[in-house]
Design a protein around this ligand. Structure first.
Ligand SMILES: *[C@@H]1O[C@H](CO)[C@@H](O)[C@H](O)[C@H]1NC(C)=O
Ligand SMILES: *[C@@H]1O[C@H](CO)[C@@H](O)[C@H](O)[C@H]1NC(C)=O
Ligand SMILES: *[C@@H]1O[C@H](CO)[C@@H](O)[C@H](O)[C@H]1NC(C)=O
Ligand SMILES: *[C@@H]1O[C@H](CO)[C@@H](O)[C@H](O)[C@H]1NC(C)=O
Ligand SMILES: *[C@@H]1O[C@H](CO)[C@@H](O)[C@H](O)[C@H]1NC(C)=O
Ligand SMILES: *[C@@H]1O[C@H](CO)[C@@H](O)[C@H](O)[C@H]1NC(C)=O
Ligand SMILES: *[C@@H]1O[C@H](CO)[C@@H](O)[C@H](O)[C@H]1NC(C)=O
Ligand SMILES: [Ca+2]
Length: 402
């Protein structure tokens, strides 16, 4: 576990001198942005160096589960209270909102990842433990973000930006914390969130070590539920869009009308981490005509046999460096295809989408155990591209909401 104090001490050792317990920085020579505030240099929040996640000490036992949808129940639109009238006009500019969520880490239960939905009048930037993990705009349609967590004590920071001509300003979010044992907690925006009635972009306020104890509390602009606020409840986006995924099958498919011989086919892809980051968790959306089973690293994620409705899954535990996804799918006649998107979340706050396409391997036959990471697919062909998401006969599938 990385303790707050250890981080502070290592920054001081690297860049400053301690004299009688006081820290003296050589600001003329120091170019480390971590000391900008102490050196009275203007800083922007996005220059704060992220605090890396500690190596996991938790014994993860959770297996993949169907996607747990979230919604804006039990949340309020919040802002700074500069205008005491809920939903009233507010100054143009950036305002900061912080929430320190105390998540337990004991036995097999430690925080791993979170799903966050958010909406704003007008723009937001989302930071988790100092990492920039997503941005969004607008109050009609929420954004959804999949983010890595520290095992304990996670700090969520949102910049809300009221853009010209100003007018009303509000921000709403729901955070679903996924623990390593498969349990969840949800946290919504309310008057416990910290804020200041002014622009804080000159402070390193997105850092988890920033002390917000002198900040005030957010003011409710009205509950999100039915018509009780100016904005109401934002619409929920799909868990993941399939727009950039391709329908695939084996080479015996007729691409023109997507028909293929009756039978079971096998598909695989392996993702290797590029660099020093580690994969933490993933969200998957998949559909097949007519039937499929999806595995991650040899463990079943889920199965379905309704091609008109894609399904979403939460994969709470990935291996850090290499992850293998395998699918068997069978056609009982007529068109045949598999389409999927898997969004991997890394410990540095970045994400990467794996989508079905010719980068996947395909085979008409496979031995028992083809889904295991150790199985060698070097003899398999590239999957055949059957066309873009949206093509006939499938069109726009029903995709579960975030
Ligand atoms: C919204 O989520 C809550 C749990 O947070 C759940 O009880 C409720 O049924 C959900 N509402 C809808 C409309 O799905
Ligand atoms: C609503 O949220 C508050 C604090 O965020 C929490 O204490 C309470 O249990 C929640 N109520 C429901 C019904 O989820
Ligand atoms: C995980 O399991 C090991 C061995 O059983 C144990 O020593 C360790 O304390 C466990 N980790 C946590 C966070 O409980
Ligand atoms: C969000 O916006 C900020 C400010 O423009 C930018 O620095 C940051 O990289 C963006 N983050 C993401 C995850 O797109
Ligand atoms: C967050 O809360 C935990 C436990 O309540 C506390 O130990 C920690 O110092 C807090 N962190 C911040 C940045 O306020
Ligand atoms: C790996 O990352 C580097 C730096 O971000 C990038 O230039 C390179 O294209 C990446 N390689 C692959 C295979 O994604
Ligand atoms: C995929 O394999 C599983 C496990 O062997 C099996 O139960 C299932 O019927 C197969 N699904 C298809 C679509 O062939
Ligand atoms: Ca506005």
């Amino acid at each position: 576990m990385l303790h707050k104090l250890e981080v502070a001490v290592s920054i001081l050792l690297a860049t400053g001198l301690a004299v009688n317990g006081a820290v003296v920085l050589n600001c003329a020579r120091d170019v480390d942005s971590a000391n900008d505030e102490m050196c009275n240099r203007p800083v922007h929040s996005t220059t704060t160096p992220p605090i890396p996640l500690p190596t996991s000490t938790c014994n993860s036992t959770a297996t993949p589960t169907p996607y747990q949808t979230i919604n804006f129940s039990n949340t309020s639109w919040i802002w700074t209270g500069e205008n005491p009238t809920a939903g009233g006009a507010n100054p143009i500019g950036l305002r900061s909102f912080r929430k320190n969520v105390s998540t337990p880490c004991e036995n097999d239960k430690c925080a791993r990842c979170a799903t966050i939905i958010a909406a704003v009048d007008n723009d937001y930037q989302l930071y988790v433990n100092g990492l920039s993990v997503g941005n969004g705009s607008g109050w009609d349609l929420a954004g959804v973000h999949y983010v890595p967590l520290r095992e304990q004590d996670n700090v969520f920071a949102f910049a809300g930006i009221n853009v010209p001509p100003g007018g009303p300003a509000g921000f709403v979010a729901k955070i679903l914390v996924h623990y390593s044992d498969g349990s969840t907690d949800s946290i919504g925006t309310d008057e416990t969130w910290r804020t200041l009635p002014r622009d804080t972009s000159a402070l390193s306020w997105t850092s988890p070590n920033f002390d917000d104890s002198a900040w005030g509390r957010a003011k409710s602009q009205g509950p999100t539920a039915n018509g009780a606020s100016l904005w109401g409840a934002p619409k929920l986006p799909p868990a993941l869009s399939l727009a950039d995924a391709r329908w695939i099958w084996t080479s015996d498919v007729n691409v023109g009308d997507a028909t293929a011989p009756v039978g079971t086919r096998f598909f695989r892809t392996t993702h290797n981490v590029n660099g020093t980051k580690r994969a933490v968790c993933a969200t998957a959306v998949i559909d097949a005509d007519d039937e499929y089973t999806l595995w991650v690293n040899g463990v079943i994620v889920g199965s379905n046999n309704n091609f008109q409705a894609a399904k979403a899954y939460h994969i709470p535990s990935l291996s850090g460096q290499t992850n293998t996804f395998a699918v068997n799918a069978s056609s009982v006649g007529g068109p045949a295809g598999v389409i999927a998107k898997i969004l991997l979340v890394f410990d540095d706050g970045t994400t990467e989408a794996l989508v079905t396409g010719t980068g996947w391997k395909a085979s008409a036959t496979a031995p028992v155990g083809f889904e295991k990471p150790a199985f060698d697919v070097s003899g398999w062909a590239a999957a055949t591209d059957v066309g873009a998401f949206g093509r006939s006969p499938w069109g726009q599938l029903a995709i579960p909401a975030a």
